[in-house]
Design a protein. Sequence first.
Length: 356
Amino acid sequence: MAGEELKYVIALGCLNLNNVHRVRTLLETYGSAERAWFETAGDYKAEALAHAERELEFIARHGINTWYYKDSDYPYRLQNCPDAPVLLFGKGNLNFNEGKFVSIVGTRGATERGKELTRRLVLDLAKLIPNVTIVSGLAYGIDVAAHRAALEAGLPTIIVPAHGLDRVYPATHRQVAVEALAQGGILTEYPSETEPERLNFVARNRIVAGLADAVVVVESKIKGGSLITASLANDYNRNVYTFPGRPGDVNAQGCNALIKNQRAALIEDAEDLILDMQWEAKQLAVQTEIEDLFADMDDLERKLLQSLRNAEEGKLVNELVAETTETYSQVASALMMLEMNGFVKALPGSIYRAMR
């Protein structure tokens, strides 16, 4: 898109922030952004145009890429959404139109179980699907856990913030954002100087949903942004999945409601998602791998793992000792071996929980 036309597209966006339908209507009515700009009244046109001119300089100075909603390289999944952004700004190694896209969202107040479910889902997807991209919003909790797991697995990951590319929010996740630029990137509809305001977070959820083939809600309270993302994904005819939780668990209430209301399918692992999506997996070898390792365990390790698998919240070491005829030292040593192989996780208070 030529510089002048791009300037007026940005200016229209600044004048009508979070009102993509109005911007689309203006563009369709007048045929070009420049004409729409001069034919449209507005109280803050001078400020919006000045912002657009600064944005062009920002784009040139920082090597920002832009995608117009009618361009052939605009993300095709998002292009099919009626409220897709007119213009996207991005930085990094972004490739929207190859491979599978999975968006992973959830509560900011994630539990250790939720973070581990997220990590295991991403790591197993990396083993089974050769070309999968993980999308999320960099928020505390499940979002950043998904990005970190993708980076660990060597998968592309796309961050969708609720602000411009001149900042990172929350600032504590800056290093994750920097690393993501090499393996994916950052994508936003907001020009620089846009603050991370509440309404922007709600609006950006449609990008997280629209970019994906499948959306996974890991943990959610009965109300929250991840449920908005799930609802949008339903509207866009995307497959939505979630992990079930124990009744009464605050962080499981939203997930259980999605399942109960048939707004999401229940999954327990990456294989469930892959099979339901009818994706061709590189190899469905996760269970075989587990069984091979299980065969190498001694009797005490097998007994401890089975006991922990039957206890969703985990067990104290002393409880496990009481269930066996072994000493505390022998049980602790067996638990350490199970933890090293990724079968259990040690939690504060001498509690262990089965992870697979």
